[in-house]
Design a binder for this molecule. Structure first.
Ligand SMILES: Cc1cc2nc3c(=O)[nH]c(=O)nc-3n(C[C@H](O)[C@H](O)[C@H](O)COP(=O)(O)OP(=O)(O)OC[C@H]3O[C@@H](n4cnc5c(N)ncnc54)[C@H](O)[C@@H]3O)c2cc1C
Length: 537
């Protein structure tokens, strides 16, 4: 009965031609979205706003959202949340403003805290970004989608999907022990790593070139980076930086691994390690929480920050083999968004960027179809461009990066070049015209490929330089005694300065490499704090 009322109401308001209305009325819903977290809720909300008559159902298996990873947002995902979704007010009141990205390098666990290398911004971030508690953010987004007129089944798990192209799709869902079938013209897979459709259709591919794992937890009792005690103990450290380090995403860097430290509203802190098992093995220990804590304490900065911290019970998690992608991301009747389409690496927090681009694109495409447009060309674009975007994003920023991320000189060159290119290629155009730019996937066309080749080239060179440094015992030699606090990245021509700085640092490392080639002996040495496992470089 509810369904009939819904259909009638929509038919009255619908701007669609009659034939399309009758075709759509064969199905209970125009679109069913599987998964109601960030990507699912964002797709639903955008589609409903773009096409108010759309009959949308969101199916979410979790009764309530847990805290999850995806807590640090970038300039891209924040632009999506503030400008496209219009959530500035919510974010300002309920989440934390993030103060940039900061990296800490060391050459041994006995190094003094204030001798470690620090790289990051000196001043407040120029663009709004956030540290988000995903349990509350995702709940807010889902509530907003429901308030906009989407139906919600929750808790309800989709257990079977039958795809029939333009003849319609059917889903079997289980809710509180009862099974039910719903039909729809379109299915959007927003099921995250479950990647329901990619797996069902055989499109799911593990990215075996990048075999990284992650362990993470939330902690209480983590020290304040800007505390009074620290001002007294480390006045140079305290006075060097004008913004608060406490609200940044702080990264501890090592050979084959990095750790994130993200503050959450209310005082808990999220921390995790991501590592490449080809290079690094996580120490053994009684349980995952203890192993993670022990690892954080191997870094002099971690030792100071987490010395008195406690892992919050039942909030310890691990994933292995993080990266994967779907070879096909849509066809007539279905499309995948967010993590259901793929995931690469959490360094630089690109996860929600992918969710933002894919949700925008798919919402726009389905709205166009529901309004009567033939969307074959849009489907074609998404299927062709997504693998290119995924591949170039991977090759430019992540492929073999774990070999050089523990060397302050090499990694800081990469940071300047990577983030500088991100500002030139994505952030600047997005802030000029977010509505248009969120409908194009990154690395599009010839310019995208040219930029991709240039970035992949310097990334490959940095890997080669790191390998030379490892065999000659020079890896991490400059991991002490300096601090680089720059003005901050801005979405205009001033970002050139930081890119230039990155280029000079890379070229200087090339000169050092030439010297090593001709003079250094091949003795193996890796800095103590970064050598928890044998090096296979
Ligand atoms: C270690 C790690 C750290 C990360 N850190 C960051 C970061 O700092 N910043 C960032 O931007 N990204 C980060 N990411 C990536 C980020 O977590 C994801 O990109 C993001 O959470 C994906 O959102 P989503 O909505 O696509 O999927 P999810 O958030 O996974 O949501 C999927 C939803 O689908 C539901 N679902 C699944 N199966 C079914 C089913 N059968 N029936 C019904 N519902 C179902 C689930 O319950 C869930 O609510 C990180 C990822 C990892 C692995």
């Amino acid at each position: 009965m509810l369904l009939l009322e819904h259909e009638d109401g929509n038919a009255l308001r619908s701007p669609r031609p009659k034939s399309i209305i009758f075709a759509a009325m064969k199905f209970e819903y125009d679109v069913v979205i599987v998964g109601g977290a960030f990507s699912g809720a964002a797709t639903a909300l955008l589609l409903k706003r773009r096409h108010p008559a759309a009959r949308l159902l969101i199916i979410e298996k979790a009764e309530a959202f847990d805290r999850k990873v995806g807590e640090s947002t970038t300039e891209v995902s924040s632009c999506f949340m503030t400008r496209i979704l219009g959530m500035s007010n919510y974010l300002g009141h309920h989440q934390l403003a993030k103060q940039g990205l900061r990296m800490w390098f060391s050459n041994g666990s006995e190094q003094r805290f204030d001798d470690c290398v620090e790289v990051g911004a000196r001043y407040q971030a120029r663009l709004p970004t956030f540290q988000v508690d995903r349990a509350t953010l995702d709940s807010h987004m889902l509530e907003t989608a429901v308030a906009a007129g989407c139906d919600l089944r929750r808790p309800a798990k989709v257990s079977r999907i039958e795809l029939g192209g333009e003849s319609g799709q059917s889903l079997c869902l289980t809710s509180k022990g009862a099974e039910e079938t719903v039909t729809a013209r379109w299915i959007v897979d927003a099921s995250g790593r479950a990647a329901l459709l990619a797996r069902k259709l055989g499109h799911f591919h593990q990215n075996i070139e990048h075999p990284i794992n992650a362990v993470w937890a939330r902690f209480s009792g983590v020290k304040d980076w800007d505390s009074y005690e620290w001002r007294e103990r480390f006045p140079d450290y305290a006075n060097a930086c004008r913004t608060s380090r406490n609200w940044a995403t702080n990264h501890l860097m090592g050979h084959g691994w990095w750790c994130w430290i993200i503050p959450l509203k209310g005082g808990d802190v999220s921390a995790g390690v991501v590592y490449d098992p080809r290079i690094f093995k996580l120490n053994e220990g009684a349980n995952l929480g203890e192993r993670l804590r022990a690892h954080l304490l191997t870094h002099p900065v971690g030792k100071e920050i987490f010395g008195a911290a406690q892992v919050i019970e039942n909030d310890i998690h691990a994933f292995s083999q993080l990266p994967y992608s779907s070879a096909q991301v849509c066809a007539d009747g279905w499309a995948s968004v967010g993590d259901a389409a793929g995931f690469i690496d959490p360094l630089y927090s690109p996860g929600l960027d992918f969710c933002s681009y894919t949700s925008s694109y798919v919402a726009e495409m389905l709205a166009a179809n529901l309004a009567g447009e033939d969307v074959s060309a849009r489907l074609d674009y998404y299927n062709k461009q997504y693998p290119i975007t995924y591949r170039l994003w991977f090759e430019t920023l992540y492929k073999d990066k774990y070999f050089y991320m523990g060397d302050a000189e090499l990694m800081s060159a990469a940071l300047l070049l990577d983030v500088g290119s991100y500002f030139v290629g994505l952030v600047t155009p997005l802030y000029r015209n977010p509505e248009r730019e969120f409908l194009r996937l990154p690395f599009e066309g010839v310019p995208g490929r040219v930029v991709g080749s240039m970035m992949s080239f310097y990334n490959r060179r940095l890997v080669a330089l790191a390998k030379r440094r490892l065999v000659t015992g020079c890896y991490g030699q400059r991991n002490s005694g300096w601090r680089e606090l720059y003005d901050g990245f801005v979405p205009d021509f001033r970002v050139r300065k930081l890119i230039q700085k990155g280029l000079f640092r890379w070229w200087k490392a090339e000169l050092t490499n030439l010297r090593l080639l001709f003079t250094a002996g091949a003795k193996h040495r890796v800095p103590a704090a970064t050598s928890a496992a044998p090096v296979n470089a």
